[in-house]
Design a protein around this ligand. Structure first.
Ligand code: NDP
Ligand code: MG
Length: 333
């Protein structure tokens, strides 16, 4: 059984009277900053001047500074920069300002686990990884709840690293939902696997293939959109509440028979073999290297693939349909 921590196991006292620096006011950064402040912790923000997120931080009542300024004197420095730029910013602006006994905090283990950031021995290195997007970390906290978090300690220089991490998780609301103990290795590898194979990569590929099959067979794209994209949420909500059995209890017996007999023909032994191959690329570091090289090479492949999907029929049809669905609060990027 995984070790779990709740509010009484995670006293916020380890951070009381101390300053926390948040480097990057994006999806995770804005949530950690505001939640910690609302929990009574003093927070300093580092953001790039003249950016939208700099302005947002100001709107939220912060006065963002340079990284050097924010890091100075902070007990905990939370790095909420995009993973691919962290090592460069760390070398140039964080490392030169770190002093013995400070704690470096990550929300994902990528750079530490794959060795792109190597902190000195006199620095604590911890992770609090919320299992949800930043905007939910903020909105759940405001409702009095929280998003479950993973906790890991990579380096415990002053024998206080875990207390600092637990206080951080408490301050963002995570202790209300539960904090699960893990390692940087486990978090990094399972997180990458989940997003590639199931949550993002697997799901988008499944939806696209289903949509295209119906449209190529001559069915109306709008009908195909509702069947293969829109309804995914309704089904996933049922599984979220009660697993596969509750979802199957709610759908018709006809749907259930189709599910039980046809599903295994879609995700086959061959699919699972490919999943194992992808896991191997993650654990060997091959994926990490490919991604870092892609970033350094100017993101050409990344941008081309993104644009191709942005313009595909599933997306153009969906954009039009969602404008008519007032209740879903449609978003456009
Ligand atoms: P975002 O891309 O949303 O935010 C990063 C922020 O850093 C942006 O505001 C960006 O500014 C700013 N920034 C970029 N360069 C600098 C710089 N040199 N100095 C100061 N600020 C800078 O990142 P995420 O919140 O998505 O990710 C942060 C971390 O959290 C990552 O490790 C990620 O893996 C992890 N994580 C993210 C989750 C999520 O829901 N997004 C979930 C769990 C973990 P600008 O945009 O103006 O360039
Ligand atoms: Mg994840």
């Amino acid at each position: 059984m995984a070790k779990m921590y709740y509010e009484s196991d995670a006293p916020i006292t380890a951070l009381q009277g101390k300053t926390v620096a948040i480097v990057g006011y994006g999806s995770q950064g804005h949530a950690h900053a505001q939640n910690l402040r609302d929990s009574g912790i003093q927070v300093k923000i580092a953001e790039l001047p003249n950016t939208a997120n700099y302005k947002l931080a100001v709107e939220h009542g912060f006065q963002p500074t340079t990284i050097a300024e924010a890091v100075k004197g902070a007990a905990l420095i939370i790095i909420t920069l995009p993973d691919e730029i962290q090592s460069k910013v760390y070398e140039a602006e964080i490392k030169p300002n770190l002093t013995s006994g400070q704690t470096l905090g990550f929300c994902h283990g990528f750079n530490i686990h794959f060795g792109y950031i190597k902190p000195a021995n006199n620095i604590n290195v911890v992770m609090i990884a919320p299992k949800g997007p930043g905007h939910l970390v903020r909105s759940e906290y405001e409702k009095g709840g929280g998003v479950p978090c993973l906790i890991a300690v990579y380096q415990d220089a002053d024998k206080n690293a875990k207390n600092v991490a637990l206080a951080w998780a408490n301050g963002i609301g995570g202790a209300r939902a539960g904090i699960i103990e893990t390692t940087f290795k486990e978090e990094t590898e399972t997180d990458l696997f989940g997003e590639q194979v199931v949550l993002c990569g697997g799901l988008t590929a499944l939806i696209k293939a289903g949509f295209e099959t119906l449209v190529e067979a001559g069915y109306q794209p709008e009908i195909a959109y509702f069947e293969c994209m829109h309804e995914v949420k309704l089904i996933v909500d049922l599984m979220y509440q009660g697993g596969m059995s509750y979802m199957r209890y709610s759908i018709s017996n006809t749907a259930e028979y189709g599910d039980l007999t046809r599903g295994p023909r879609i995700v086959t032994d061959q699919t699972k073999a490919e999943m194992k191959k992808i896991l191997g690329e993650i654990t060997s570091g091959a994926f990490a290297k490919e991604w870092v090289d892609e970033y350094k090479g100017g993101m050409k492949n990344f941008n081309a693939l993104y644009q191709k999907d942005y313009d595909c029929k599933l997306e153009t049809v969906g954009r039009t349909l969602r404008k008519m669905m007032k209740w879903i609060k449609a978003k456009e990027v």
